[in-house]
Design a binder for this molecule. Structure first.
Ligand code: 13P
Ligand code: SF4
Length: 344
Protein backbone atom coordinates (compact mmCIF):
# COMPACT_ATOMS: atom_id res chain seq x y z
CA UNK A 1 0.00 0.00 0.00
CA UNK A 2 1.45 3.43 -0.90
CA UNK A 3 0.99 6.55 1.25
CA UNK A 4 -2.05 7.80 -0.68
CA UNK A 5 -3.79 4.42 -0.44
CA UNK A 6 -2.98 4.23 3.28
CA UNK A 7 -4.33 7.74 3.81
CA UNK A 8 -7.57 6.87 1.97
CA UNK A 9 -8.06 3.64 3.91
CA UNK A 10 -7.47 5.46 7.22
CA UNK A 11 -9.83 8.23 6.15
CA UNK A 12 -12.55 5.70 5.43
CA UNK A 13 -12.22 4.29 8.96
CA UNK A 14 -11.31 7.32 11.04
CA UNK A 15 -12.99 10.24 9.31
CA UNK A 16 -14.51 12.48 12.01
CA UNK A 17 -12.50 10.69 14.72
CA UNK A 18 -8.96 11.81 13.82
CA UNK A 19 -8.21 15.17 12.12
CA UNK A 20 -7.36 14.91 8.43
CA UNK A 21 -3.94 16.49 8.80
CA UNK A 22 -2.99 13.84 11.38
CA UNK A 23 -4.18 11.08 9.04
CA UNK A 24 -1.99 12.44 6.22
CA UNK A 25 1.08 12.70 8.45
CA UNK A 26 0.62 9.27 10.04
CA UNK A 27 -0.19 7.51 6.75
CA UNK A 28 3.42 8.11 5.71
CA UNK A 29 4.74 6.66 8.98
CA UNK A 30 2.38 3.67 8.71
CA UNK A 31 3.67 2.77 5.23
CA UNK A 32 7.27 2.88 6.46
CA UNK A 33 6.41 0.79 9.58
CA UNK A 34 4.65 -1.84 7.46
CA UNK A 35 7.55 -1.96 5.00
CA UNK A 36 10.10 -2.53 7.77
CA UNK A 37 7.80 -5.03 9.47
CA UNK A 38 7.80 -7.11 6.30
CA UNK A 39 11.52 -6.74 5.73
CA UNK A 40 12.35 -7.86 9.31
CA UNK A 41 9.74 -10.64 9.48
CA UNK A 42 8.07 -8.94 12.45
CA UNK A 43 4.55 -9.00 13.84
CA UNK A 44 2.99 -6.03 15.65
CA UNK A 45 0.66 -6.76 18.54
CA UNK A 46 -1.53 -3.84 19.63
CA UNK A 47 -3.47 -3.54 22.87
CA UNK A 48 -7.02 -2.18 22.58
CA UNK A 49 -5.81 1.08 24.20
CA UNK A 50 -3.51 2.06 21.32
CA UNK A 51 -4.25 5.35 19.62
CA UNK A 52 -6.63 4.95 16.65
CA UNK A 53 -4.25 5.48 13.71
CA UNK A 54 -1.60 3.12 15.05
CA UNK A 55 -4.32 0.63 16.01
CA UNK A 56 -5.88 0.63 12.54
CA UNK A 57 -2.81 0.90 10.30
CA UNK A 58 0.08 -1.21 11.57
CA UNK A 59 -1.11 -3.75 14.15
CA UNK A 60 -1.46 -7.34 12.88
CA UNK A 61 -3.11 -8.64 16.03
CA UNK A 62 -5.28 -6.57 18.33
CA UNK A 63 -6.86 -7.49 21.64
CA UNK A 64 -6.92 -7.50 25.43
CA UNK A 65 -4.10 -8.83 27.60
CA UNK A 66 -5.35 -12.40 27.47
CA UNK A 67 -5.85 -12.52 23.69
CA UNK A 68 -2.46 -10.92 23.04
CA UNK A 69 -0.71 -13.39 25.38
CA UNK A 70 -2.28 -16.29 23.50
CA UNK A 71 -1.22 -14.89 20.12
CA UNK A 72 2.29 -13.99 21.33
CA UNK A 73 2.78 -17.59 22.44
CA UNK A 74 2.22 -19.01 18.95
CA UNK A 75 3.60 -16.47 16.50
CA UNK A 76 6.26 -17.76 14.14
CA UNK A 77 7.64 -14.35 13.18
CA UNK A 78 11.23 -13.54 14.24
CA UNK A 79 10.35 -10.29 15.98
CA UNK A 80 7.35 -9.35 18.13
CA UNK A 81 6.83 -5.59 18.46
CA UNK A 82 4.52 -5.09 21.41
CA UNK A 83 2.48 -1.89 21.26
CA UNK A 84 1.34 -1.90 24.87
CA UNK A 85 3.04 -1.58 28.25
CA UNK A 86 6.14 -3.37 29.53
CA UNK A 87 4.44 -6.08 31.57
CA UNK A 88 2.58 -7.16 28.40
CA UNK A 89 5.77 -7.32 26.34
CA UNK A 90 7.36 -9.33 29.15
CA UNK A 91 4.47 -11.80 29.00
CA UNK A 92 5.17 -12.25 25.27
CA UNK A 93 8.85 -12.97 26.04
CA UNK A 94 7.90 -15.36 28.87
CA UNK A 95 5.73 -17.36 26.47
CA UNK A 96 7.89 -17.19 23.36
CA UNK A 97 11.50 -16.80 24.53
CA UNK A 98 13.29 -17.58 21.27
CA UNK A 99 11.75 -14.51 19.59
CA UNK A 100 13.10 -10.98 19.83
CA UNK A 101 10.46 -9.00 21.72
CA UNK A 102 10.57 -5.23 21.27
CA UNK A 103 8.59 -2.49 22.97
CA UNK A 104 8.65 1.00 21.39
CA UNK A 105 8.89 2.72 24.80
CA UNK A 106 9.49 1.18 28.23
CA UNK A 107 5.99 2.08 29.36
CA UNK A 108 5.10 1.26 32.99
CA UNK A 109 1.84 0.64 34.82
CA UNK A 110 0.79 1.75 38.32
CA UNK A 111 -0.42 -1.76 39.15
CA UNK A 112 2.83 -3.42 38.08
CA UNK A 113 4.74 -0.81 40.12
CA UNK A 114 2.64 -1.48 43.24
CA UNK A 115 4.23 -4.80 44.16
CA UNK A 116 7.67 -6.43 44.16
CA UNK A 117 8.84 -10.04 44.23
CA UNK A 118 10.02 -9.41 47.84
CA UNK A 119 6.43 -8.42 48.78
CA UNK A 120 5.11 -11.70 47.36
CA UNK A 121 7.78 -13.71 49.18
CA UNK A 122 6.83 -11.96 52.46
CA UNK A 123 3.12 -12.72 51.91
CA UNK A 124 3.88 -16.37 51.20
CA UNK A 125 5.84 -16.51 54.46
CA UNK A 126 2.90 -14.97 56.32
CA UNK A 127 0.36 -17.34 54.73
CA UNK A 128 2.28 -20.56 54.10
CA UNK A 129 0.70 -22.91 51.61
CA UNK A 130 -1.90 -20.39 50.40
CA UNK A 131 -1.87 -20.28 46.57
CA UNK A 132 -0.94 -16.97 44.93
CA UNK A 133 -3.02 -15.68 41.99
CA UNK A 134 -1.36 -12.74 40.28
CA UNK A 135 -2.90 -10.35 37.78
CA UNK A 136 -0.84 -10.20 34.57
CA UNK A 137 -0.34 -6.48 35.23
CA UNK A 138 2.87 -7.34 37.13
CA UNK A 139 6.52 -7.79 36.20
CA UNK A 140 8.13 -11.15 35.44
CA UNK A 141 9.83 -11.51 38.85
CA UNK A 142 6.45 -11.11 40.60
CA UNK A 143 4.85 -13.65 38.25
CA UNK A 144 7.76 -16.00 39.04
CA UNK A 145 6.71 -16.02 42.72
CA UNK A 146 3.09 -16.84 41.84
CA UNK A 147 1.21 -20.09 41.34
CA UNK A 148 -0.98 -18.82 38.53
CA UNK A 149 -1.71 -15.59 36.67
CA UNK A 150 -5.04 -14.13 35.59
CA UNK A 151 -6.26 -11.26 33.44
CA UNK A 152 -9.42 -9.20 33.71
CA UNK A 153 -10.87 -11.62 31.13
CA UNK A 154 -10.49 -14.76 33.24
CA UNK A 155 -9.97 -13.65 36.88
CA UNK A 156 -13.24 -15.20 38.08
CA UNK A 157 -12.55 -18.53 36.30
CA UNK A 158 -9.02 -18.64 37.72
CA UNK A 159 -10.21 -17.93 41.27
CA UNK A 160 -13.02 -20.48 40.92
CA UNK A 161 -10.50 -23.10 39.77
CA UNK A 162 -9.30 -23.16 43.39
CA UNK A 163 -12.74 -24.24 44.61
CA UNK A 164 -13.07 -23.46 48.31
CA UNK A 165 -9.42 -22.78 49.05
CA UNK A 166 -8.25 -19.43 50.40
CA UNK A 167 -6.09 -17.60 47.87
CA UNK A 168 -3.81 -14.60 47.80
CA UNK A 169 -4.92 -12.30 44.93
CA UNK A 170 -2.43 -9.63 43.81
CA UNK A 171 -1.99 -6.71 43.30
CA UNK A 172 -5.20 -4.89 42.23
CA UNK A 173 -7.43 -4.02 45.18
CA UNK A 174 -10.46 -3.24 43.05
CA UNK A 175 -10.17 -6.25 40.75
CA UNK A 176 -9.86 -8.42 43.87
CA UNK A 177 -12.93 -6.80 45.44
CA UNK A 178 -14.91 -7.23 42.22
CA UNK A 179 -13.88 -10.88 41.91
CA UNK A 180 -14.77 -11.45 45.58
CA UNK A 181 -18.27 -10.06 44.94
CA UNK A 182 -18.73 -12.19 41.81
CA UNK A 183 -17.55 -15.38 43.48
CA UNK A 184 -19.27 -14.69 46.82
CA UNK A 185 -15.97 -14.74 48.69
CA UNK A 186 -14.89 -12.81 51.76
CA UNK A 187 -11.83 -10.61 51.21
CA UNK A 188 -9.30 -9.05 53.60
CA UNK A 189 -6.40 -6.69 53.12
CA UNK A 190 -3.79 -7.64 55.71
CA UNK A 191 -2.40 -4.14 56.08
CA UNK A 192 -5.90 -2.73 56.71
CA UNK A 193 -7.30 -5.31 59.06
CA UNK A 194 -6.03 -7.32 61.97
CA UNK A 195 -4.48 -10.60 60.89
CA UNK A 196 -7.02 -13.38 61.38
CA UNK A 197 -6.27 -16.43 63.47
CA UNK A 198 -5.61 -19.67 61.57
CA UNK A 199 -9.11 -20.91 62.32
CA UNK A 200 -10.65 -17.70 60.97
CA UNK A 201 -8.47 -17.88 57.85
CA UNK A 202 -9.77 -21.31 57.08
CA UNK A 203 -13.39 -20.56 57.88
CA UNK A 204 -13.96 -16.98 56.77
CA UNK A 205 -11.32 -15.50 54.59
CA UNK A 206 -11.19 -16.75 51.03
CA UNK A 207 -9.26 -13.92 49.35
CA UNK A 208 -6.25 -12.07 50.74
CA UNK A 209 -5.76 -8.93 48.67
CA UNK A 210 -3.18 -6.19 48.11
CA UNK A 211 -3.70 -2.44 47.90
CA UNK A 212 -2.49 -1.77 44.33
CA UNK A 213 -4.63 0.44 42.11
CA UNK A 214 -4.83 1.33 38.44
CA UNK A 215 -4.22 5.07 38.42
CA UNK A 216 -6.67 5.44 35.52
CA UNK A 217 -9.66 3.32 36.57
CA UNK A 218 -9.57 4.41 40.22
CA UNK A 219 -10.47 7.93 39.08
CA UNK A 220 -13.99 7.10 37.87
CA UNK A 221 -16.68 7.75 40.47
CA UNK A 222 -20.33 6.91 41.05
CA UNK A 223 -20.97 10.64 40.80
CA UNK A 224 -19.54 10.69 37.25
CA UNK A 225 -22.00 7.96 36.33
CA UNK A 226 -24.95 9.79 37.94
CA UNK A 227 -24.06 12.98 36.05
CA UNK A 228 -23.84 11.19 32.70
CA UNK A 229 -27.12 9.35 33.31
CA UNK A 230 -28.81 12.64 34.18
CA UNK A 231 -27.81 14.13 30.83
CA UNK A 232 -28.20 10.90 28.79
CA UNK A 233 -30.74 8.65 30.57
CA UNK A 234 -30.59 6.03 27.79
CA UNK A 235 -26.79 5.57 27.93
CA UNK A 236 -25.25 2.11 28.50
CA UNK A 237 -22.22 2.37 30.75
CA UNK A 238 -19.39 -0.18 30.63
CA UNK A 239 -16.72 -0.29 33.33
CA UNK A 240 -13.43 -2.17 33.40
CA UNK A 241 -13.13 -4.38 36.52
CA UNK A 242 -10.15 -2.28 37.65
CA UNK A 243 -12.81 0.33 38.60
CA UNK A 244 -14.13 0.33 42.18
CA UNK A 245 -16.95 -2.11 43.03
CA UNK A 246 -19.26 0.90 43.54
CA UNK A 247 -18.56 2.11 39.99
CA UNK A 248 -18.96 -1.42 38.60
CA UNK A 249 -22.29 -1.78 40.45
CA UNK A 250 -23.54 1.53 39.05
CA UNK A 251 -22.58 0.49 35.49
CA UNK A 252 -24.52 -1.74 33.10
CA UNK A 253 -21.66 -4.10 32.19
CA UNK A 254 -18.17 -4.90 33.39
CA UNK A 255 -15.51 -6.91 31.59
CA UNK A 256 -12.06 -6.91 30.02
CA UNK A 257 -11.36 -4.43 27.23
CA UNK A 258 -12.27 -7.01 24.58
CA UNK A 259 -15.37 -8.12 26.49
CA UNK A 260 -16.56 -4.49 26.46
CA UNK A 261 -15.92 -4.24 22.71
CA UNK A 262 -17.90 -7.45 22.12
CA UNK A 263 -20.76 -6.25 24.33
CA UNK A 264 -21.09 -3.03 22.32
CA UNK A 265 -21.07 -4.97 19.02
CA UNK A 266 -23.84 -7.25 20.26
CA UNK A 267 -26.19 -4.61 21.73
CA UNK A 268 -27.95 -1.62 20.27
CA UNK A 269 -28.24 1.24 22.72
CA UNK A 270 -28.63 4.86 21.63
CA UNK A 271 -25.31 5.73 23.37
CA UNK A 272 -22.39 4.07 25.14
CA UNK A 273 -19.86 5.29 27.68
CA UNK A 274 -16.68 3.34 28.39
CA UNK A 275 -15.08 3.81 31.80
CA UNK A 276 -11.58 2.94 30.62
CA UNK A 277 -8.70 4.51 28.69
CA UNK A 278 -10.24 6.97 26.26
CA UNK A 279 -8.51 5.84 23.04
CA UNK A 280 -10.55 2.68 23.16
CA UNK A 281 -13.72 4.66 22.53
CA UNK A 282 -12.15 5.99 19.31
CA UNK A 283 -11.26 2.46 18.24
CA UNK A 284 -14.76 1.18 19.02
CA UNK A 285 -16.32 4.14 17.17
CA UNK A 286 -14.18 3.36 14.11
CA UNK A 287 -15.30 -0.28 14.10
CA UNK A 288 -18.96 0.57 14.78
CA UNK A 289 -19.87 3.67 12.77
CA UNK A 290 -23.54 3.13 13.63
CA UNK A 291 -22.92 3.44 17.42
CA UNK A 292 -22.71 6.66 19.36
CA UNK A 293 -19.85 6.78 21.86
CA UNK A 294 -19.59 9.30 24.70
CA UNK A 295 -16.08 10.15 25.95
CA UNK A 296 -14.59 11.05 29.35
CA UNK A 297 -11.13 11.79 28.06
CA UNK A 298 -9.92 13.68 31.12
CA UNK A 299 -8.79 10.28 32.38
CA UNK A 300 -5.94 8.85 30.29
CA UNK A 301 -3.30 6.17 30.81
CA UNK A 302 0.03 8.03 30.60
CA UNK A 303 1.84 4.74 30.06
CA UNK A 304 -0.18 3.39 27.14
CA UNK A 305 0.01 6.85 25.60
CA UNK A 306 3.81 6.61 25.51
CA UNK A 307 3.51 4.28 22.51
CA UNK A 308 3.46 6.30 19.30
CA UNK A 309 3.81 5.75 15.56
CA UNK A 310 7.21 7.46 15.74
CA UNK A 311 8.68 5.21 18.42
CA UNK A 312 7.11 2.12 16.82
CA UNK A 313 9.02 2.99 13.65
CA UNK A 314 12.23 3.53 15.65
CA UNK A 315 11.65 0.27 17.45
CA UNK A 316 11.78 -1.62 14.15
CA UNK A 317 14.58 0.53 12.72
CA UNK A 318 16.94 0.28 15.69
CA UNK A 319 15.76 -2.96 17.35
CA UNK A 320 14.66 -1.19 20.52
CA UNK A 321 13.76 -1.70 23.34
CA UNK A 322 14.66 -5.37 23.68
CA UNK A 323 12.83 -7.24 26.45
CA UNK A 324 15.18 -9.53 28.37
CA UNK A 325 14.23 -11.75 31.30
CA UNK A 326 16.74 -13.86 33.25
CA UNK A 327 16.03 -17.49 32.35
CA UNK A 328 15.46 -18.72 35.92
CA UNK A 329 12.79 -16.04 36.43
CA UNK A 330 11.28 -16.61 32.99
CA UNK A 331 10.83 -20.34 33.53
CA UNK A 332 9.03 -19.83 36.86
CA UNK A 333 6.90 -17.02 35.42
CA UNK A 334 6.09 -19.25 32.43
CA UNK A 335 4.60 -21.87 34.74
CA UNK A 336 2.21 -19.28 36.22
CA UNK A 337 1.19 -17.81 32.85
CA UNK A 338 0.89 -21.16 31.11
CA UNK A 339 -1.28 -22.54 33.93
CA UNK A 340 -3.60 -19.57 33.36
CA UNK A 341 -3.75 -20.20 29.60
CA UNK A 342 -4.75 -23.79 30.24
CA UNK A 343 -7.81 -22.60 32.17
CA UNK A 344 -9.09 -20.87 29.04
P1 13P B 1 -7.38 -5.90 29.56
O1 13P B 1 -6.71 -7.16 29.96
O2 13P B 1 -8.83 -5.89 29.90
O3 13P B 1 -7.09 -5.57 28.15
O4 13P B 1 -6.78 -4.74 30.47
C1 13P B 1 -5.45 -4.39 30.54
C2 13P B 1 -5.25 -3.12 31.25
O5 13P B 1 -4.15 -2.70 31.46
C3 13P B 1 -6.43 -2.40 31.69
O6 13P B 1 -6.07 -1.22 32.28
FE1 SF4 C 1 -1.78 0.00 34.06
FE2 SF4 C 1 -4.09 1.23 34.45
FE3 SF4 C 1 -2.56 1.96 32.40
FE4 SF4 C 1 -3.85 -0.42 32.37
S1 SF4 C 1 -4.76 1.63 32.34
S2 SF4 C 1 -1.70 -0.03 31.83
S3 SF4 C 1 -3.73 -0.96 34.55
S4 SF4 C 1 -2.04 2.17 34.60
Amino acid sequence: MNTEEMYLSLKEKLNGIVPDIELRYKAELAVEINRLKEEKNAVILGHNYMEPVLFHSVTDIKGDSLELSRKAAITEKDIIVFCGVKFMAETAKILNPTKTVLIPSLAGCSLAASITAADVIALKKKYPGVPVVTYVNTYADVKAESDICCTSGNAVAVVESFESETIIFLPDEYLARNVAIETGKHIIFPSLERIPSTAETELDVQIIGWLGRCEVHEKYTVEDIANVRLEYPEVLILAHPECSPEVVAASDFSGSTSAMIKYIKQTSAPRYLLLTECSMADNVAAENPDKSMLRMCSVRCPHMNQITMENTLDSLKYNQHIIEIPEDIRVRAYNAVERMLRIG
